[in-house]
Design a protein around this ligand. Structure first.
Ligand code: ADE
Length: 227
């Protein structure tokens, strides 16, 4: 079954409103909504903010039978060409706040684990095709950098670009990716840009987040029609 996760209510409410035959499944720490969206059986959920919530939610989705995972939401654009409203489709995900460099590991690498987790080629292709039909929106395929931090400085954004070659900054994708990779379940992360992770990020985020969350939702619906 296809699972769709957003971190916040704003990121899933537009999909939840159209879920047919909705059944709410209570799991420890998270409620999963099962139903039919645009003719496709889905599990839909608000996973909460940050990597721990994302990992917990993904684990429960896999326990409930998810075989493909889409994460949808907003992000801070780090790629120099990204503007508010644009879309990032993940090539892979890294955890930018993991630092075991003192023991000789590359920054971002969890000892014993892959340095990054690759998104599924088919889900990427379907997400890309769905995003490219949205008018006046640039679509970038790139690396999603996740950490338990809201990035809001030019230095912070430059570090993610320079150290990781990131396209965007957010707080959940790599946790979803890590859990899915361990289980061998395909995933993709789709993010619309609410801010550019720089000095104006807090103001832009508050102003644009609800509006641009719609773009990511449009991509998900396009994917449902194509999968
Ligand atoms: N989500 C949206 N904007 C973000 C930012 N600047 N940093 C981290 N997560 C975000």
């Amino acid at each position: 079954m296809l699972a769709i996760i957003g971190a916040m209510d704003e990121e899933i409410e537009l999909l939840l409103a159209d879920l047919q035959g909705r059944e709410d499944l209570g799991f420890p720490g998270v409620t999963l909504h099962r139903g039919v969206l645009d003719g496709v059986d889905v599990l839909l959920t608000r996973g909460g903010i940050g990597k721990v919530n994302a990992a917990m939610t993904t684990t429960q989705l896999l326990n409930a039978g998810a075989t493909q995972v889409i994460f949808t939401g907003v992000a801070g654009g780090v790629h120099p060409e990204l503007r508010v409203g644009d879309i990032v489709v993940s090539t892979d995900c890294v955890q930018h706040d993991v630092d075991v460099t003192a023991l000789g590991y590359a920054v971002g690498t969890v000892p014993g684990e892959a340095p990054a987790w690759a998104a599924d080629p088919e889900l990427r292709a379907v997400a890309l095709a769905s995003a490219q039909v949205i008018p006046n929106v640039r679509v970038v395929e790139g690396r999603v950098a996740s950490g338990d931090q809201f990035i809001a400085s030019p230095e912070g954004a430059a570090r993610l670009l320079g150290t990781f070659g990131a396209a965007c900054a957010e707080m959940e994708g790599a946790a979803v990716a890590q859990v899915c990779a361990k289980a061998g379940v395909p995933f993709v992360v789709i993010r619309s840009v609410s801010d550019t992770a720089d000095g104006g990020a807090q103001v832009d985020y508050r102003e644009f987040m609800p509006r641009v969350a719609r773009h990511a939702k449009t991509v998900v619906r396009g994917m449902l029609a194509r999968l």
